[in-house]
Design a protein around this ligand. Structure first.
Ligand code: PLP
Length: 495
């Protein structure tokens, strides 16, 4: 199976080429030229497998140029103890109201980005071998928090790779900063940038477009790449857990084979929910994919009206990983739903670039309505959901998961839809202690590490080991640079 660009479908390359290249030269994103079908008996077979075996089965369908043995090796290494604290890897958990939570935060950094970033380094380095790339890759990341740490853990000590993470000096939480500056590994570097996330991101973009630097790095045997969710190698591992969750509900007797389920997904860059869409296209029995936003509700408005408009106020919320105005992966959905109309998609993206908005055709809007529902949750509703869920069920959820649960409950009340529903739970509540404590009506003053202890005491729950063990760790990285000096950090590290 080959891969094509969303802005020019005549581009046809292998999976390894798509993963090695990341972004198409025309600016489009790579998508599979056909979507493999889950054969009718496949779900029965998958239901009997463990998570790693499910991952091999699903990924092999999309990666013809990878062998089964390779994928077994990758999944065995990516999804295992001690990185993951449960053999289920992505466990599902019912609540008394009949809904289920798919917990995607049992990995080394306690957020769902581990599901993809534990796998991406293996897919990427194998893709470099397969495409004959001789240089080493250096991953550059500008992060507002979760992605940086997950990428560091994923790439740490992976042969043929180096990674540099830039974070805004005053733009991440205490815990997030500690997680990054105590990072282990011989091939990693972490540096803070004076300014906000935009400054760090602009700096990284500038480095990527520096032609002279590219030349110098090639002479030293390096090239630069990114680890963000436009890479197919980051999206594919996410398709697995939708299918795995379905199998878990089957095994638990919650649904019968073939019965449809809803998934409600806290959405930012549209990567997570898009993976659910691909699972549906493969034949997974899905009724609705419910796209949940916080008050940055550009996607909710888009799904309701067919108009995508990024010209709006940007809000900083208690669910920061969803604070986003341009959801890159939406481009892939538009391509698939328009019957692969690459010119239409290229036109929309051009309008987004020049005017900051575009409006899709009524036909395309109707296709979206068939599969997607949506909703947004205010800060108050999100906090209220955390408190109610804990008081009623003794189950503690983080702010992003609470956005989704809040949206799902409103959807169910408004539509009367009785379909079995899964909330995609994307982070441990211990990653967002202050907001969670506040939601519970508790005092939340103190430093990051103290808040972990406070949340633990107040709720009688145990924090995840990777966060609790930060207390004993010595910082390794204390670099602070001006935006204009980021390039020097890169050159010094790649001597
Ligand atoms: C990144 C992230 C999201 C949003 O996922 P997208 O794939 O960007 O839509 C939601 N919750 C958490 C905790 C995240 O880290």
């Amino acid at each position: 199976m080959l891969y094509q660009s969303t802005r020019d479908k005549s581009v046809q390359i292998t999976a390894a080429q798509a993963i090695a290249q990341g972004l198409a030269r025309d600016g489009g994103l790579f998508v599979p030229s056909e979507i493999p079908a889950l054969e009718p008996t496949a779900l029965e077979a998958l239901a009997k497998m463990n998570y790693q075996q499910r991952a091999v089965y699903v990924m092999k369908l999309f990666l013809e140029d990878f062998s089964r043995e390779e994928l077994e090796r990758f999944t065995g290494a990516a999804y295992s103890a001690p990185g993951f604290d449960t053999p289920a890897i992505a466990p599902t958990r019912p609540t008394p109201d009949g809904n289920w939570f798919l917990e995607l935060w049992h990995g080394p950094t306690c957020a769902f980005k581990d599901m993809a970033l534990q796998m991406l380094p293996y897919l990427l380095t194998a893709s470099l071998d397969k495409t004959g790339e001789k240089r080493q890759v250096c991953i550059l990341v500008a992060t507002s928090g979760d992605t940086g740490k997950a990428a560091l853990e994923g790439f740490r000590d992976v042969p043929r790779t180096k990674i540099i993470v830039f974070y805004p000096k005053d733009g991440v939480s205490d815990i997030q900063q500690l997680q990054m500056i105590t990072q282990q590994g011989q091939n990693v570097n972490v540096c803070s940038v004076i300014g906000n996330f935009d400054d760090a991101q602009t700096g990284v973009k500038k480095i990527f477009s520096d032609e002279a630097l590219r030349q110098r790095l090639t002479e030293k045997g390096y090239f630069l790449s990114s680890a963000n969710s436009i890479n197919w190698g980051r999206l594919l591992p996410q398709v697995v857990y939708y299918i795995s969750a379905y199998c878990d509900l089957l095994n638990a007797g919650r649904i019968a084979m073939g019965e449809k389920v809803n998934f409600c997904v806290p959405t930012g860059n549209f990567g997570d929910i898009l993976a659910g869409y691909y699972a549906k296209c493969m034949g997974l029995p899905v009724n609705k994919l419910i796209c949940a936003s916080n008050c940055n509700d550009v996607l909710t408005e888009f799904i309701q009206t067919g108009v995508y408009n990024k010209n709006r106020t940007f809000y900083t919320t208690i669910s920061p990983s969803m604070d986003i105005l341009v959801s890159s992966n939406l481009e892939r959905l538009l391509f698939e739903l328009s019957g692969k109309d690459d010119q239409l998609v290229a036109g929309y993206m051009e309008q987004l670039n020049t005017r900051g908005s575009y409006e899709i055709t009524p036909a395309l809007k109707a296709r979206i309505d068939e599969t997607f529902a949506c909703g947004s949750s205010s800060e108050e509703e999100t906090k209220d959901t955390i408190r109610r869920t804990f008081e009623q069920y003794g189950y503690l959820i983080d702010t992003h998961t609470a956005v989704a649960y809040s949206v799902l409950q409103r959807y169910q009340a408004n539509t009367g839809d009785k379909t079995a529903s899964v909330v995609v739970s994307t982070a441990s509540p211990y990653k967002f202690c202050a907001a969670v404590l506040e939601a519970l009506g508790k005092d939340a003053t103190g430093s990051g590490l103290d808040l972990i202890d406070m949340l633990s005491r107040q709720t009688n729950t145990t924090g995840p080991k990777p966060l609790c063990s930060l207390r004993g760790k010595t910082p390794r990285f204390d670099g602070v640079v001006d935006k204009s000096d980021m390039i020097r950090v890169v050159e010094d590290f790649l001597q």
